[in-house]
Write a protein of this length. Structure first.
Length: 266
């Protein structure tokens, strides 16, 4: 991970007295190029190589305002997703270590002469710390979906709609939904995570093994809605990796609700 310190000047500040949203993009980009400079790759060498990282999409999150004269550090880490593509995770933290803003960027290696995405030279990989990449992608890149058999597909999907607001599509005799995922497929497109019910041809036993985990933004609010409908919910203690609660659906499937930890709640 590379760390790049920055002191905010008047050029970064908007009429509200804090860093302008567009200035965050410039600051994060400055930190990404600093990774190259710290590894000894000059601009002229990058031009000679003819291949440069380019950004395909950006997601920014703002946590605390940053004001004139503040000193922050931008932490940058590159991760390879395919032979030609990568993701960059960046965090802007203050002197106390509190998160001020973060960025997640999807990118690729671009041949500036051929004007297309290519396999990068080893020197470019060294510059961003990606030399550990193995040529073959992992056999499993993410969760494709959770598929449950049901005694009554219509009734079970209606219960999930009522309790969790999940709007199912009709896929023949099945009911399912596809949620966007941050997993990136080899073609560079975002994958999806599927949740679906399939009609069982034989009666299923009431006690099921395993559990399905749902990510929720507010665990206590979700629990309150369930309990208001008379559904028994077991709430766990806060863990370093988030909050959890457990319940069973009408067919006995064990469900786990998970609220991920909020970075730096203080």
């Amino acid at each position: 991970m590379h760390r790049h310190p920055v002191t905010l000047t008047a050029a970064h500040i908007d009429v509200l007295g804090h860093v302008n949203n567009a200035a965050y993009l410039a600051l994060f980009e400055e930190a990404r190029w600093a990774v190259f400079h710290s590894s000894g790759v000059s601009w002229s060498e990058l031009e000679a190589l003819g291949v440069s990282p380019v950004i395909l999409s950006v997601k920014l999150d703002f946590r605390r305002e940053v004001r004139l004269g503040d000193t922050v550090t931008i932490e940058t880490r590159y991760h390879r997703t395919t032979t030609r593509r990568f993701v960059v995770h960046q965090r802007m933290v203050d002197d106390a270590g509190k998160l001020r803003a973060s960025a997640e960027l999807l990118g690729a290696f671009f041949d500036v002469n051929a004007r297309r995405i290519v396999d990068p030279p080893e020197r470019v990989l060294q510059a961003v710390g990606l030399t550990e990449w193995a040529s073959a992608p992992p056999a499993v890149q993410g969760l494709g979906g959770a598929f449950l058999y049901a005694n009554d597909v219509d009734a079970l999907s209606a219960w999930y709609t009522a309790q969790f607001g999940i709007e199912f599509q009709q896929w023949g005799p099945a009911r399912g939904v596809e949620w966007p995922s941050q997993d990136v497929q080899s073609v560079g497109l975002h994958a999806t995570t599927t949740f679906a019910f399939f009609q069982s041809e034989t009666p299923l036993p009431p006690g099921r093994t395993g559990r399905v985990n749902f990510r929720v933004p507010d665990l206590l609010a979700a629990v309150a809605r369930l309990e208001a409908d008379g559904i028994a919910v077991e709430v766990g203690q806060d863990e370093s990796f988030g909050r959890f609660a457990w319940l069973h659906d009408p067919e006995g499937n064990r469900l786990e609700l998970w609220q991920p930890p909020v970075a730096d709640r203080g």
